[in-house]
Design a protein around this ligand. Structure first.
Ligand SMILES: Nc1ncnc2c1ncn2[C@@H]1O[C@H](COP(=O)(O)OP(=O)(O)O)[C@@H](O)[C@H]1O
Ligand SMILES: [Mg+2]
Length: 431
């Protein structure tokens, strides 16, 4: 345990795990003020700047790997971020409209922290914030593979643990794989937030996929559709690109990016995702749904038109030798799906002018699915535990914390093993 003296305007960077307790004066951390007697915990994968608002004394308990770095004079990050928060605040106070702030930038460039920083600036001044978390790989509010929204009234350091009010299932953790789903989910949630007449701000945090032209087009399409009042960018080149594309129609602000960051490697990111899945499903029940009554949207197998196995064999005589193993067949566009007992998955273009998708029943197990209530509103996520095909009925068992009525399901690409580890790569679940 050490007690640090921080002079007015000075910043120190603390890497977690650490616990800070203000002993004297006042500090600013992620845009929120902490006064004498108040404590904050910094997670082991996070590092933050602590700014002295006037002279302050802070007691710091560091865990293993935790560290403290005193920044040199002229370190401007917090000043830069404060100017940005003030600018959005001024727009709001001038009563022009509800601010809608879009945060863009590469991976590990401070987007999540800056989103929290601007949010806290508003919350501290008594104005709640709608937070939309659209980084599907590092989704901190709900679980990876979703876009979630929460209305926040209390200051926080990290979005993780805030929970969510609404979520949209996009079904992938690699943004390039589900661009339409992400765009749709963001628009949907922003519209809900915009319709709320109560005061406050709306802020959207995005993923760090910004380097390729496809990525840029995707981000600019999000910008175009949500019509933000402000775009905050944590990278110079990206900033220039957004300015060239949009010019003066929106207030575009360049934010400094943090330097001494506690960077997370791939493994750490994976671990955090696993922790999120585990937490979300911790209080779950297994529920059974009948697919003849409830649709599985975007599943090519069960969303397809069911075909009689005998009819199928007439059309594709080559399947005759495995006919005893076929338990289900369907047509989805130009694909014929053939569900097979104990067979590996294998897609080939046959001589018959369509694709045949052989899929084992086991491939459904572990797939994440979104859950709709009776009004086509997405209310939760489930994991497929079992599929049983009995005559005309297809019954599936799903593990989910959601207890209300189930009106439908939607498929994605994420598949988890029993230990909540992603398995099967990008197309772990392609059902
Ligand atoms: N001012 C800062 N100084 C040092 N590290 C910081 C600072 N702000 C954030 N960080 C750390 O940098 C890392 C990346 O920040 P994060 O906000 O998660 O970026 P992104 O959302 O762009 O990936 C995190 O570990 C975070 O704790
Ligand atoms: Mg982030």
């Amino acid at each position: 345990m050490v007690t640090l003296s921080i002079s007015k305007g000075e910043t120190i960077t603390v890497s977690g795990p650490a616990r800070l307790t203000v002993k004297k004066g006042k500090i600013l951390l992620v845009g929120a003020e902490y006064i004498e007697g108040e404590s904050v915990v910094i997670h082991k994968y996070r590092s933050y700047d602590v700014l002295g608002i006037g002279y302050a004394e802070v007691e710091v308990v560091l865990g293993e790997d935790g560290s403290i770095v005193r920044n040199e004079e002229g370190y401007e990050l917090i000043r830069c971020w404060t100017v940005i928060a003030e600018r959005v605040w001024k727009f709001y106070k001038d009563g022009r409209s509800k601010p809608v702030v879009l945060v863009l930038g590469p991976v590990e460039s401070g987007k999540t922290t800056l989103t929290a920083f601007i949010s806290n600036y508003f919350i501290q001044r008594g104005n709640p914030v709608y937070l939309v978390e659209a980084d599907v790989g590092q989704e901190d509010l709900a679980i990876p593979g979703t876009v979630a929204m929460v209305r926040v009234k209390r200051i926080f350091t990290w979005q993780r643990g805030l929970g969510f009010d609404k979520l949209r299932f996009v079904g992938c953790i690699t943004p390039s794989q589900c661009r339409e789903e992400i765009l749709g989910a963001i628009c949907d949630l922003i519209n809900i937030a915009r319709r709320d007449p109560s005061p406050g701000m709306i802020i959207i945090n995005t993923d760090g996929w910004v380097k390729s032209s496809l990525a840029l087009r995707h981000k600019l399409e999000i910008l175009r559709r949500i019509k933000p009042t402000h775009v905050v960018v944590t990278d110079k080149d990206l900033y220039e690109t957004v300015v060239s594309s949009v010019r003066r129609q929106v207030d575009i602000l360049l934010a400094d990016r943090p330097k001494n960051v506690r960077a997370r490697d791939r493994e750490a990111r994976k671990l955090l995702r696993r922790e999120s899945y585990r937490r979300y499903f911790s209080d779950s029940v297994v529920r059974q749904v009948d697919l003849s009554r409830i649709g599985l949207l975007k599943s090519k197998v069960f969303g397809g038109m069911r075909v009689d196995i005998q009819e199928l064999i007439k059309r594709v005589p080559a399947l005759d030798i495995i006919k005893d193993k076929i338990t289900y067949a369907s047509v989805f566009g130009d694909i014929i799906n053939v569900v097979i007992e104990g067979y590996g998955e294998n897609i080939f273009v046959s001589d018959y002018g369509f694709k045949v998708n052989f899929i084992s029943k086991d491939r459904f197990k572990g797939c994440l699915v979104g859950i709709f209530n009776g009004d086509l509103e997405e209310v939760g996520v489930g994991i497929i535990k079992d599929v049983s095909i009995r005559g005309d009925n297809v019954l599936i068992k799903i593990l989910t914390p959601y207890r209300g009525p189930i009106g439908g399901l939607v498929a994605g690409y994420i598949r988890l093993d029993n230990d909540y580890q992603e398995t099967g790569g990008r197309l772990g679940c392609d059902i």
